[in-house]
Design a protein around this ligand. Structure first.
Ligand code: SF4
Length: 128
C-alpha cells in the first residue's frame, strides 16, 4: 500500500494549458511532461511543490494546491537532476544574453511572452 500525505503540489488546469512546453525545463526534477498536447505532472513523487514552473506559464494554467498525494521522493529527484545536468542547455537572459551559469535567472512576463531575466538586468526593468 502506498502511503499518502497532505502537501503542496503543482496543479495544471488542462482547459488553460496550450501545451507550449515552457513549464518543462524549470522543473528540474522532471515531474512535468507534455502528453497529448497538454502538460501533466506524470510522477507526483517528483513534484516538490516549489512552483518554479508557475512564473513561465503564459496562460496561468499552473497553480499550487494542497492535497493528498505521495510524499516527495528526494532520492529519485536527485538522481534525475544529476542525469539532466549531463545534457542541460542553460537558459539565457532575454536582455543581455547572460546564461544561468554566469548569473541567476528569474522568470518574467513581458509583452505577452514568458522568458528569463538575469539579476543584473532586473533592476533596470523595475526602475527603467
Ligand atoms: S507553460 Fe502553461 S500553457 Fe505551457 S505547457 Fe506548461 S502549463 Fe501548459
Amino acid at each position: 500500500m502506498t502511503t499518502t500525505i497532505t502537501r503542496q503540489i503543482v496543479h495544471i488546469d488542462e482547459a488553460l494549458c496550450t501545451g507550449c512546453g515552457l513549464c518543462v525545463s524549470p522543473c528540474a526534477e522532471g515531474a512535468i511532461v507534455i502528453e497529448n498536447g497538454k502538460a501533466k505532472v506524470v510522477r507526483e513523487e517528483l513534484c516538490d511543490g516549489a512552483g518554479f514552473c508557475l512564473g513561465v506559464c503564459p496562460t496561468g494554467a499552473l497553480t499550487i494546491k494542497t492535497r493528498e498525494t505521495v510524499p516527495f521522493d528526494h532520492e529519485a529527484a536527485e538522481e534525475i537532476v544529476a542525469e539532466k545536468l549531463k545534457t542541460y542547455i542553460p537558459q539565457a537572459c532575454y536582455v543581455c544574453g547572460t546564461d544561468e551559469d554566469h548569473a541567476p535567472l528569474l522568470p518574467v512576463r513581458t509583452q505577452g511572452n514568458s522568458t528569463w531575466v538575469c539579476t543584473r538586468c532586473l533592476p533596470s526593468l523595475i526602475h527603467g
